[in-house]
Design a protein around this ligand. Sequence first.
Ligand code: SF4
Length: 458
Amino acid sequence: MSASDISVFDMFSIGIGPSSSHTVGPMLAARQAVHALAERTQLTATAAVKVTFYGSLAATGIGHGTPGAVIAGLEGLDPRTCDPAAVRGRWEALKGEPLINLAGAHQVVMSIADVEFRAGERKPLHTNAVEMIFLDAGGQVLHRDLAYSVGGGFVMREGDLAQRTHRGVWRAFNSADDLLAACTTERVDIAELALRNEMYCADMPSDEALRHSHLRLDAIAAAMRACVDAGTQTTGVLPGPLQVPRRAAGIATALAADTSGRDRSTEWLHAFAIAVNEENASGNRIVTAPTNGAAGIVPAVLSYCERFLHATRETIRTYLLTAGIIGTIIKRNASISGAELGCQGEVGSACAMAAAGLCAVLGGSPAQVENAAEIAIEHHLGLTCDPVGGLVQIPCIERNAVASVTAVSAARLALHGTGRHHVSLDVVIETMRQTGNDMSDRYKETATGGLAVNVVEC
Ligand code: SF4
């Protein structure tokens, strides 16, 4: 499988908070498992369901809303279309009424005792594993499903890698170097190449494929804007024991009232990113970009483009296509998962995507865009994942705000160069992969190291 086999649109899926790997992925996995059960006509024969979480899903699943997401998935809800409120309280509700409605069609008794957490056990393919076992009235196993949530809302099962085939694209690439070479050969910029690849795969007449791709990009941008708007208009306290106050609305109100004429763009970036991450922490509608924990950075820089650079709809499409294609290269050659590589994989990747997109919006050449993405990752290398209380709040929310500013700096720094530089994007991605492999599991979304153990939960 090549980087070009991953769609740009897969880097921006619309879902719910607070985590793509711990909420969206497990919910999709449960929904798929029940779908498979129904296809085998075993839905109504099911009398019991046992769920076991392994590794990082077990370690921080409660804080990330994982059990409730899986129950909602078993009940047939889809993170892309569901009412987020229907998922948020599902785990607590099970304590009151031990019943679930499989696929929304078949009621089964299920209590919290049917859900197990085995944090110390790791399944072979990935640390984020969930096993779902469906039993009949006699206790016989009807269907057993072991699924892996590998980050960014992607779900994998044993055998998926072997089965994965190349999608036909206009120009295939597997690395940033390949991508730059293809842009040079075809005399197109990165966004144009990304768009032509998506159109090629759409399997429709070219005018229809173009309209279809534009509609999808515009829908992603609209969802990001809606999230920024919701976050900058909502006050209160975030869910969970930390009682973290929401700050985006207060910052945005203060900035909007400022008449000093001073450059406030950095503070607006903070407000935009914090707004999205507060919406994420509240379990609301979010665009995974490329994960939920790091979902504030791409929308913050998008909002920056619109507010300070007067970006048009067409420019925003360029921004998203460029950001997305950089994400596919990182996902293919390293990972975008905090559970695999620590926070460098999440926030570092999102920062690189936003930096690349902004550089393209500002007229950067493909080489400068590649340089912007490289700078952004380089200065996140080694960043650990240590969410306090296992919640995607501290340090995640502020980290997105700071990384949004870094993305703008990286883009502007790259634009001052020619695109020639010592450390290539491919080398920095490989370095991130190796650094993540060397990192202790305590710093990979397990909340057992770093700030997670040094900050007292009140
Ligand atoms: S610390 Fe980083 S990787 Fe970990 S949950 Fe927060 S944003 Fe995600």
